[in-house]
Design a protein around this ligand. Structure first.
Ligand code: ZN
Ligand code: ZN
Length: 378
């Protein structure tokens, strides 16, 4: 474990403002909202907060500075416990963030802004399959899923009626309590945490609402229309803010709805960014004589002219025949690579005809063969 100065990337002589601005910058960068499902960012975020806990507090900072000069700047050994900093008492990453945020970072992340702690419902992730064509044109899908919604009978209090809702005696209605944590190297760290008895509401229920059994929310099946934009690619996720689970309690905000898009493979076309790629096999006679072939494009097929004497491996780029750029202007290209296929077998008569042909085709028609022979055969 590195020391808190290193974590925040500041020198030992850094001013309080420098420490604060380094912290803000890093906290924003590694915040879980900006890095969904990213474990290492989450770890980093915890580390940054732990470092700031120390360096933003004059007493803890002084303790650390003394400790550092006694045992060197590295903080790993000796069981002194920076690395063993225990977050379990905080109730998860959201709480850590909000505690610090409410003291110090008001306005840095708009939707968490506010003086009191706001409960937030959990996010919901839904997987949706769409066809290749739908991913190119965009599509509206009806998504059906279950989510927690506020109980209509108790309006999210969980109580039978107003009389069965009493002020919490543990936090005296504040919804938060101070919690101290003893760390051998730093003395005591004091945190404001959500009241464990009333879970932040400041109220306790004496008689539960029968509809939701005191849970304040009910699972409800909802149908949600989502507009999937043209150009979306396989594996991309659409996030719809506030359409996730309702937070427990009468106040609070809902989590987000994440829709993970799975695009079915096209039998011929392969996508990379907004360009499409395909291999077009033609026969060797088509390659010599020229032809017109049907190729797949978005929305149907088109005819592609193959000129006479087309070489194997020829690449044709069809501008604007790719995928429409996602939430942007312009369209990718369709890149066609021509593969000249030789017949696997020919009958005797065909072989004789080809033999005759071979003598008829002038040797200087084969530039590469002629060049090779001039180097090897003389
Ligand atoms: Zn209820
Ligand atoms: Zn309470």
């Amino acid at each position: 474990m590195t020391n808190p100065y290193e974590v925040l990337g500041v020198s030992k002589n850094a001013s309080a403002d420098e420490i604060k601005s380094a912290y803000r910058r890093l906290a924003k960068k590694y915040h879980p909202d900006a890095n969904p499902n990213n474990k290492s960012a989450e770890e980093k975020f915890k580390e940054i907060n732990a470092a700031y806990e120390i360096l933003s507090d004059a007493q803890k900072k002084a303790n650390f500075d003394r400790f550092g000069s006694a045992d060197g700047p590295s903080f790993g050994g000796g069981g002194a416990g920076f690395g063993g900093f225990d977050f379990s008492g905080f109730g998860g990453i959201g709480d850590i963030f909000e505690n610090i945020f409410n003291q110090d970072m008001d306005g840095l992340f708009g939707r968490r802004s506010g003086r009191t702690r706001t409960a937030r419902g959990s996010d919901i992730v839904i997987d949706t399959d769409i066809s290749f064509e739908e991913s190119c044109h965009g599509v509206t899908k009806n998504i059906i899923f279950n989510r927690n919604e506020r109980c209509p009978d108790c309006h999210g209090t969980g109580a039978k009626d107003d009389n069965s809702l009493q002020t919490c005696s543990y936090c005296h209605g504040a919804g938060q309590v101070k919690q101290t944590q003893r760390l051998s190297a730093f003395g005591v760290i004091e945190n404001v945490v959500t009241c464990p008895v009333c879970h932040g509401s400041g109220k306790v229920i004496t008689e539960k609402c029968k509809t939701c059994n005191g849970k304040a929310s009910l699972k409800k099946q909802v149908s949600y229309k989502v507009n999937i934009p043209a150009g979306i690619n396989d594996g991309q996720t659409l996030t719809i803010t506030g359409e996730g689970n309702m937070a427990a309690g009468a106040t609070g905000i809902s989590g987000d709805l994440h829709i993970r898009i799975h695009v079915a493979k096209h039998p011929i076309l392969m996508r990379e960014d907004f360009d499409l790629y395909m291999e077009l096999p033609i026969t060797f006679t088509q390659a010599i004589l020229g032809t017109k072939v049907k190729i797949p494009v978005i929305g149907g097929t088109m005819d592609l002219e193959i000129p006479a004497n087309t070489q194997n491996g020829t690449i044709r780029r069809l501008h604007g025949k790719g995928v429409k750029k996602l939430r942007s202007v312009g369209t990718g290209d369709l890149i066609v690579k021509i593969f000249v296929e030789m017949p696997k077998t020919v009958d005797k008569r065909t072989a004789q005809l080809l033999q005759a042909l071979d003598t008829d085709i002038r040797a200087d028609s084969y530039k590469k063969v002629a060049s090779y022979r001039s180097k090897v055969y003389n």
